[in-house]
Design a protein around this ligand. Structure first.
Ligand code: ATP
Length: 596
């Protein structure tokens, strides 16, 4: 994961550039106009957080006095995957908004190759950081309700303004020391109005690919956001998506707040993404509200119902933010004051500076995966152990278990129950049948499903060999999973290639016959149509390029597994010889012999 740590030590403040990106939130006057657009006017006090390509500092705005504490997000434009347009969009989007639950930047400007976004300092940091440092198992439900209620107000406002946030997650919900909750990070937000204009002259073929429908339902077709929180239609972005994608992410955020991590976060995002790529929609219309007995009292019926509504497979069936705000789940929280969060949440977590110091000591910056691998973008050695594989099982889908609000993997032996809500991704192709387990998850007595993963043992010789044997089996199976996934990516690439060819053929045909069938695009001048076609092709090229990178990542991971496997086999064979009398009857070793 990309880091910009250390680049902004106070002494290293770069000379301001020509301020090409300078942007003041209140250029038309107002409080923010006081914030200077140069690095020298700010003293960086300490680092308070870091994201994928940015580091966030607590700082003082010197001309405004020592009490003018701000947060500065320093986005490394060179290391960031996003282009300057993308990151500037965040600042501009924030500057235009004004709502009590939306974090608005004071100003932004470039400093060398970085974009500095100066914003109000939110004393308690993000909910992601709060969860990790104080509530790893999740917040109490009444606190979840307060946080979500405030976030929903921000979403109502944003959607009312014609904006889609596109990256709703606990990491982007900030809390101030007085308990105020604000939605932040507009790095990937976009205006549906802009897009409607852009698509106004789109051809029928493009429209078919992007999707049609109302402004609120289908406008975008670029993949934006963070994988675990992405709505199915965002992942399958060729079908188009709209504001309801935020509602899905909101539902996932609800689960993240309730459990301390988003569903499937024990899988590296690239893998969960791949599973989604392989999807075959298989979603049961389920779970009415009052018919089933509530077996699990951990969460209220209202909470479960609210989350279920957000995680509806069909965007159109998800409630709007406004409607959701009227859901009974949010009734009680409207009476709760900010103080409620201060007493029940903030009091239990260390200061944001302390948290950041702990993160640095723990080396969380090294791979960027924090929260038990929840943010690990690619399989990294540090979290490889979190993903363990058990044999002869396969994930054929993910059920949204309404009782405990978890996503349960569905295995072949355990058919999907009709009344369960099922996520739209399948993973049941190929002959090798495997199931991924989170090594931290406890057994639940349901067959093999909750079986503790194979771990190396360090007891007597027999155990030791068993441990290594099991480890080798695990590695072998991980390798099979990766191979399977590579095949899946390949299929996906082929599918996309066919799509491109199809679009090209259709459009080429239209260019040749000069139109005349009533399409907006066809009545447009030829150059315009060519330009539009080129744009579309470029978009598809990017998508294919992204997928190609993912394949490369997986192949590298596969090679690493192969190497680890070979090492394990050698060690395991040596141990086997030494312990042959003890281990000859070992079922696990037989499994190794069969498998390697
Ligand atoms: N205005 C702010 N006030 C106080 N802390 C902040 C502020 N903005 C960000 N932070 C802290 O910095 C951390 C990193 O923020 P950043 O927006 O760079 O990344 P993120 O949203 O967590 O991750 P990603 O890069 O994946 O979006 C946050 O988790 C939060 O704790």
């Amino acid at each position: 994961m990309l880091r910009a740590a250390g680049l902004f030590a106070p002494a290293a403040t770069a000379a301001p550039s020509a301020m090409a990106a300078a942007n003041n939130a209140a250029s038309g006057g107002g409080d923010e106009a006081r914030y200077p657009l140069n690095a020298e006017s700010y003293r960086l006090l300490c680092k308070i957080g870091s994201g994928v390509s940015a580091v966030v500092y607590k700082a003082v705005c010197l001309p405004l006095g020592s009490s003018a504490v701000v947060a500065i997000k320093a986005i490394d434009l060179e290391r960031s995957r996003a282009d300057l347009d993308g990151v500037q969009r965040e600042a501009k989007a924030m500057a235009l908004l004004s709502h009590g639950n939306v974090l608005r930047a004071h100003c932004s400007f470039t400093v060398g190759s970085h974009l500095w976004v100066v914003m109000p300092f939110m004393g308690a940091g993000s909910l992601h950081s709060i969860l990790r440092h104080g509530f790893p198992g999740g917040l109490p439900e009444p606190c979840v309700a307060v946080v979500l209620g405030e976030t929903l107000r921000a979403l109502c406002y944003l959607h009312g303004q014609g904006r889609i946030h596109r990256d709703i997650k606990a990491g982007n919900i900030l809390v101030d020391s007085d308990g105020a909750v604000k939605l932040a990070d507009f790095g990937v937000s976009a205006s549906i109005y802009e897009t409607i204009r852009q698509h106004a002259s789109a051809s029928a073929s493009t429209a078919a690919a992007v999707g049609t429908g109302s402004s609120a339902s289908c406008c975008f077709n670029d993949v934006a956001g963070t994988p675990y929180w992405m709505a199915p239609e965002v992942i399958h972005s060729h079908v188009g998506y709209g504001i309801k994608a935020d509602i899905w992410s909101f539902g996932i955020t609800a689960l993240e707040l309730a459990h301390g991590r988003p569903p499937l976060s024990h899988l590296p995002p690239s893998k969960s993404m791949l599973m989604r790529i392989t999807s075959r929609v298989r979603f049961e219309e389920s779970v009415g509200t009052g018919n089933r007995r509530d077996k699990n009292n951990k969460f209220s019926r209202a909470f479960k119902d609210m989350v279920s509504a957000c995680l509806c497979q069909e965007p159109a069936k998800r409630p709007s933010a406004e409607k959701l705000l009227r859901h009974p789940f949010f009734k009680a929280c409207s009476r709760r004051s900010r103080d409620f969060l201060v007493r029940n949440v903030l009091a239990a977590v260390p200061s944001i500076e302390e948290r950041c110091r702990k993160d640095d000591e723990a080396g969380n910056d090294l791979c960027g995966c924090v929260g038990g691998g929840a943010r690990c973008v690619s399989p990294c050695p540090r979290h490889a152990d979190n993903v363990v594989v058990a044999k002869n099982r396969r994930i054929s889908g993910w059920n949204f278990n309404e009782d405990n609000l978890e996503f349960d993997p569905t295995t072949e032996e355990r058919p999907v129950e009709a009344e369960k809500r099922c996520l739209p991704f399948d993973f049941d192709e190929g002959d090798d049948q495997v199931e991924l387990h989170d090594s931290n998850s406890a057994g639940d007595g349901d067959g093999d499903r909750g079986r503790p993963p194979a771990q190396p043992q360090h007891g007597d010789g027999d155990d030791h060999v068993h441990g290594k044997a099991a480890e080798a089996v695990g590695l072998k199976q991980q390798q099979q999973v990766v191979t399977q996934q590579l095949m899946t990516v390949l299929q996906s690439l082929e599918m996309q290639r066919d799509m491109v060819t199809h679009v090209l053929q259709r459009t080429a045909g239209r260019l040749d016959d000069g139109g005349g069938n009533g399409d907006v695009s066809v009545t447009a001048p030829r150059e315009e149509r060519e330009e539009m076609l080129l744009g579309y092709v470029r978009q598809l090229e990017h998508r294919v390029e992204d997928l190609r990178k993912e394949v490369e990542e997986e192949m590298a991971w596969n090679a690493r597994l192969e190497k680890m496997l070979q090492e394990r086999v050698i060690i395991s064979d040596d141990d086997k010889k030494m312990n042959s009398s003890k281990t000859s009857s070992s079922a696990e070793l037989r499994a190794v012999d069969e498998n390697i």
